[in-house]
Design a protein around this ligand. Sequence first.
Ligand code: XMP
Length: 314
Amino acid sequence: DWRPAEVIDQAVAQIRAEVGEGRALIALSGGVDSAVAGALAARAIGDRLTAVLIDHGLMRADEVDEIRSVFADQIDLHIVDASEQFFAALAGVTDPEAKRKIIGREFIRAFEATEQALGPREVLIQGTVYPDVIESGGGQARTIKSHHNVGGLPEDMRFRVVEPLRWLFKDEVRRIGTALGLPDRLVWRHPFPGPGLAVRIIGEVTREKVAIVRAADAIVRQEIDRAGLNRQVWQAFAVLLDIRAVGVMGDQRTYGYPLVVRAVESLDGMTADWVRLPPEVLDAIANRVVGEVPAVNRVVYDITSKPPGTIEWE
Ligand code: XMP
């Protein structure tokens, strides 16, 4: 029998012991894992915690504002707009692992720059959860994808790293988040990869393409939510392809991007089944995306489970 209150007490004690009399830094990502780790750390060490959100310009719609509204009056929160730096580093890069490694590297750079401005911190708190550890090769011989927050940290880093969620699965993290009083819209947000929308844009990442996939992603999630399927679906999102297709609108020929819609059910992200979404939900998504996102003229639905597909396309 698993009780959130006990896990919270243990995690709070662990954070207090590790931080001692020192100060700690947490990187918030916009997602549920780092938000729960942040709320635990705030409970453990109060104003000796500083939170930093590196906005790489690759977040979902409203994500940064939501974190600000939940945490701004609870934690010493610094939101850093590092988007210029990330877009410059990603220019011209198309290989998926290269994109992931660049994002990991720029993330650390932005983070270290912030840290210099804030003064020394002895401990870095991270919202790493158990599946991150496994997928990055912690429990198996081969790396499938390089997760930005595991194994990507520089060797000379001076922080001690504390990972209070390291042995937990997402459903357990959510129960803890609710017990800590975080709002449902944050706790039940679908998981989102650290490299953000960059791994949902096939090929080169540009500001223009981020705007397209962000708008489409918001529509996909709104329609799933409207159909009451948000909690049943583990993740639903849009992927922008770098090919173009011919279409017709009014009596005009169009030549635009196809957009892939992906929705999966899963317990922990390690395996997943594609969701048999009702046709009317797919229809609403397709109509809205083509109507509201001008660059997209075609919508396709991904019916691949994991394995053999991964959840993200890159
Ligand atoms: P894949 O695509 O490997 O994804 O089937 C499994 C789960 O992990 C998420 N994911 C990531 N999460 N950093 C993260 O924090 C990452 O680099 C990363 N890559 C994938 C993905 O969204 C899915 O939930």
